[in-house]
Design a protein around this ligand. Structure first.
Ligand SMILES: C[S@@+](CC[C@H](N)C(=O)[O-])C[C@H]1O[C@@H](n2cnc3c(N)ncnc32)[C@H](O)[C@@H]1O
Length: 235
């Protein structure tokens, strides 16, 4: 059972303010022509707009609750036929197709807890991609200011939805607890530096085409977020 099952109904209101990445991922999907494999597709916050833009999406998630909401959202938007949802682990995605674009939006890779798991996932992405295909994802590493402002405190992120971050700076693991009327959970997010992500991508065989500091493609200037475009080489 995934830690997201308990908060599937809470996820959309919880992430309501996260909107800046949607147009970016839709543009990447359009540019690729599709189909797109989205790892950690969740409730379709990105996948449904991508499908609405006419691009076929294969969405992978290990939470049945999140996938059920994604299906409902796609049906409501009238794009269910462009969304192929599959229950599975992003380290071993159940995908036999070869596609021009794999995405992993909204920091889902931080759910992997070791370099072994990160490499397993990156190597799996490599195999799903066509030669010259792209892997586009975003991750974060916290600033000390963020850690100091939030550590160990329950904060109301959205009306009625409370979030508590406990930062383990030694292990570089964030334990994030969320609670609201319809459910509560705790999950662990494990962060790495941009240099470490670059090294892992290269070990998995990727070329890093670009790394930005935000979805508006501003250059990375040492901030918390990084947005990556990696490419599987031609041969
Ligand atoms: C932060 S949410 C992102 C959801 C969606 N991509 C978005 O941008 O709103 C992370 C998603 O990754 C899924 N997830 C976490 N670990 C996973 C794993 N090992 N395999 C498959 N899905 C996973 C969770 O169930 C959740 O739906």
């Amino acid at each position: 059972m995934s830690s997201y099952d308990a908060i599937a109904a809470l996820y959309d209101p919880w992430s309501r303010s996260v909107t800046e990445d949607v147009d970016f991922y839709v543009a990447q999907a359009r540019k690729s022509g599709g189909p797109v494999v989205e790892l950690g597709v969740g409730t379709g916050r990105i996948a449904v707009p991508v499908a609405r833009a006419g691009v076929h999406v294969i969405g992978i998630d290990d939470s049945e609750g999140m996938l059920a909401l994604c299906k409902a959202r796609a049906e409501e938007a009238g794009v269910a036929e462009r969304l192929d949802l599959r229950l599975g682990d992003l380290r071993r995605p159940p995908v036999l197709e070869r596609v021009p674009l794999v995405t992993c939006p909204f920091r889902a890779l931080l759910h992997l807890g070791s370099d072994g798991e990160r490499l397993e996932a990156l190597r799996a992405v490599y195999l799903v991609l066509q030669p010259r295909g792209r892997f586009v994802f975003d991750v974060f590493a916290p600033s000390m200011q963020d850690v100091e402002e939030t550590n160990g405190r329950w904060l109301e992120r959205e009306p009625g939805i409370w979030e508590r971050a406990d930062w383990d700076l030694q292990r570089r693991v964030l334990t994030l607890a969320v609670r609201g009327e319809s459910g509560e959970t705790a999950m662990q997010l494990s962060w790495r530096s941009p240099e470490e992500w670059r090294a892992l991508l290269e070990r998995a065989g990727f070329e890093v085409e670009a790394m930005y500091g935000w979805f508006d493609l501003r250059p990375y200037d040492g901030g918390e977020d990084t947005v990556w475009i990696a490419r599987r080489p031609a041969v």
